[in-house]
Ligand binder design. Sequence first.
Ligand code: G1P
Length: 296
Amino acid sequence: MTELTKIVIPVAGLGTRVLPASKVIPKEMLTVVDKPVIQYVVEEAVAAGFREIILVTRPIKKAIESHFEPQTELEETLLAKGKIEQLAMVSDILPRGVRISTAFQDEPLGLGHAVLCAAELIGDDDFAVSLPDVLIFNPDGDHAQDLKNIVAAFQQNHAAQIMVERVPDDQVSSYGIVDCGGARFETGVSHNVVAMVEKPSVDAAPSNQSIIGRYILPSRTLELLRQTRPGAGGEIQLTDAINALIGETPVQANGMYGRTYDCGSKLGYLLANINFGLRHPEIGTDLANWLRQQEF
Ligand code: G1P
């Protein structure tokens, strides 16, 4: 095992589910209350100890990288106007010692292909993958708790970690699904995975435990990805490469405490705004009062 410092965040997707909003603005830059979705995902990664954020992007989505770079003119203006709180909001997004690097994915050939595009930056290291559509909300307030848990489980159990959440039958075919041989899931506990299936029909699905998009993987995964042929949807699937890993090394699924919001979908995005909005120190109370007064 190598030190776990790198996390790959694939952001090259077209955002077809949230058009026309994502025509010019990358879907990862849409705001949940007052921060772009990608900032939540990067903050979660940093809180879990990752120091090298690898964005797999497309040149047209430059706004994502720019969001994490210094904006000198804005910062100087805020300083001159004495707007210190606002200055901190834009200048302190990344703590010292955290680096963002980019790799490019020119064609939408699947999640597995996106991760392969980062191969050079990953090198021989074990690494994490975090999907930026998915926001994790933890009622206890530490939204990085689940990611911290799987990092710890990876180090303790010497096993790849896949974060999972139970979904109803009608959503099973939208996700990768794990087969843990009928294990009864408890939150925060990792179970050995027997197999994984990408987007099965509900009849063929081995369980209702869906892969939510947080993975901790050994470096060997990259070699297996190179050998992975197109699978579900004609795309190179990360799920298939991890499936091949199962025969060689333990792979575990970890039941999460928090719940997810799929900000790549209209409803998930709206629900994330309401939920994070209700907990926001500035607007939470007013939003709750307004919601109570509505007649639906
Ligand atoms: C990807 C993964 C899938 C996972 C999902 C979570 O699918 O391939 O296993 O369940 O993310 O959002 P996508 O949504 O990119 O089609």
